[in-house]
Design a protein around this ligand. Structure first.
Ligand code: CP3
Length: 351
C-alpha cells in the first residue's frame, strides 16, 4: 500500500530540497548503502558489484537496508555512476578496492564513436527496481543519481581511477573535438539515466561530479560547465529537485551553482555559511560533516554536527549529509545515533 502522495511531497527531505524549513533538518548519507553495513556484505557474498547493480531484487534490498537500519530521510538508489555505460555496452568492471576499470580507454574520435547511445531500454532493470522501491518506501523519497560528464570522462580516458587526471586534461586541452564529442555523449547519458529513474518514481536527482575539484575555475567554466548545464536543463522539465555535488570544489562552488540546481552539495572543506556566500540565494545546501569525524568520540561527533547545523542556518534550507561518502569502516551504530541526534535537534525557531 502506498501512502498518500502528499506524505511524500511533505517529507522533510523534499521540503528542504524545495527551500522550505521544518522542525528538524533532514538527513541522509552519501554511500549509505554499502560496505559499512554487515547486511550489505552478506548480500554481496559471491555477487560482483555490477551484478548486484543489475538485479532488481538486490537493488531494492540494498537500497532499503540503510533506510530500515538508520531511519534516514531519503533513500539513494543502489547503483554506480558507471552502471549506464556498462548497460550501454562499454566494456568495464568495478574492481574491489580499486573502482571502475575500462577495458579500452578513449583516446580519439573513433573511441568516442564506439560508445553506444544511451537508451532507456538498456537500464530497464533499474526502472523496475525504482518502481519496486517507490512502492516499498511509501513516504520516504528516493534519490536517483548519475555521474557527471567530467567524472565519467575521467574514468573513460584514464582507464580507471587517477590522482592527477593527466590524460584527461591532455585530451581536454589538446583535442577539443574529441572532448566535445565525448562530453556531449556523456551529458546525454547522464540526462537519460536520471530521466529513466524519475519516470520510474525517483523524487529527486543528484549529479556526482566527484573529481571536478581537480580543475581550476577557468577550466571548469570552459570545459565542464556547458555539459553539466545541459544535463540539468534536460531534467528540468521533470520538476524534481536537482542536487549538484563534487569533492574539493570550494573554489568552484559559484560556477557549479551556475549549472542551475535547487540544492548545492558541499564537501567538508568549506563551512556551510561560507558556501552560502558563493552559491545563489534561492539554493539550498547539502552537507557537510567530514566522514572521518565519525571515528571520533561521540561528544566530538555531536559538537561537529551542531556546528554544521548552525552554519547551515545561513542557507535558505539545509539537508544534513556527510561531506563525501560513508567510509567503509564506519560503525553503523554511530550513523544511526547521528540520525537520531539530528532529528531531535530543533532548529526551526533559531534564525
Ligand atoms: O550512495 C549510495 O549509497 C548509493 C550507491 C553508490 C555507489 N557508488 C555504490 C558503490 C553511489 C551513489 C556511487 C557513486 C559513485 N561511484 C561515485 C560518486 C560518488 C563519490 O564517491 O564521489 C564514484 C566516483 C563511483 C566510482 C566508484 N565505484 C568507486 C570510486 C568505487 C570504490 C572502489 C572501492 O572498492 O574502493 C566504486 C565501487 C562502489 N560503488 C561500491 C559501492 C557500494 C563498493 C563496491 C563493493 O562493495 O565491493
Amino acid at each position: 500500500m502506498t501512502g498518500p502522495p502528499s506524505a511524500l511531497a511533505e517529507s522533510a527531505f523534499l521540503r528542504a530540497a524545495r527551500g522550505l524549513r521544518g522542525p528538524h533538518v533532514p538527513v541522509w548519507f552519501m554511500r549509505q548503502a554499502g560496505r559499512s553495513l554487515p547486511e550489505y556484505r552478506a548480500m554481496r557474498t559471491g555477487v560482483a558489484m555490477l551484478e548486484a547493480c543489475s538485479r532488481p531484487e538486490l537493488i531494492v534490498e540494498i537500497t532499503m537496508q540503510p533506510v530500515r537500519r538508520l531511519g534516514v530521510d531519503a533513500a539513494i538508489l543502489f547503483s554506480d555512476i558507471v552502471l549506464p555505460l556498462k548497460a550501454m555496452g562499454v566494456d568495464l568492471d568495478i574492481v574491489p578496492g580499486v573502482g571502475p576499470v575500462i577495458a579500452t580507454p578513449i583516446e580519439d574520435l573513433a573511441g568516442v564513436a564506439r560508445i553506444p547511445d544511451f537508451t532507456a531500454e538498456s537500464v530497464g532493470f533499474v526502472s523496475e527496481a525504482v518502481r519496486g522501491l517507490t512502492a516499498e518506501l511509501k513516504g520516504t523519497p528516493l534519490i536517483g543519481f548519475a555521474g557527471a560528464p567530467y567524472t565519467l570522462a575521467s574514468y573513460l580516458i584514464e582507464g580507471g581511477p587517477s590522482k592527477d587526471h593527466a590524460k584527461t586534461k591532455a585530451l581536454m586541452y589538446g583535442a577539443p573535438d574529441v572532448w566535445d564529442g565525448l562530453m556531449q555523449r556523456l551529458a546525454a547519458t547522464a540526462a537519460g539515466f536520471l530521466t529513466a529513474q524519475v519516470r520510474a518514481g525517483a523524487s529527486a536527482v543528484q549529479l556526482f561530479d566527484s573529481w571536478a575539484g581537480g580543475l581550476s575555475p577557468a577550466d571548469y567554466r570552459d570545459y565542464v560547465l556547458p555539459y553539466t548545464t545541459r544535463v540539468f536543463a534536460e531534467v528540468a522539465p521533470l520538476e524534481v529537485p536537482r542536487i549538484h555535488f563534487g569533492v574539493a570544489t570550494g573554489e568552484l562552488l559559484a560556477d557549479m551553482a551556475a549549472a542551475g540546481v535547487e540544492v548545492m552539495g558541499v564537501d567538508w572543506r568549506v563551512p556551510l555559511d561560507r558556501a552560502v556566500q558563493r552559491i545563489r540565494p534561492a539554493q539550498a545546501v547539502q552537507g557537510n560533516l567530514d566522514p572521518a569525524v565519525l571515528f571520533a568520540p561521540w561528544d566530538v561527533v555531536q559538537q561537529k554536527a551542531v556546528d554544521v547545523i548552525a552554519a547551515g542556518k545561513r542557507a535558505r534550507s539545509h539537508i544534513f549529509n556527510l561531506g563525501h561518502g560513508v567510509l567503509p569502516a564506519t560503525d553503523p551504530d554511530v550513523l544511526a545515533r547521528l540520525v537520531d541526534f539530528i532529528h531531535s535537534h530543533e532548529v526551526a525557531a533559531a534564525e
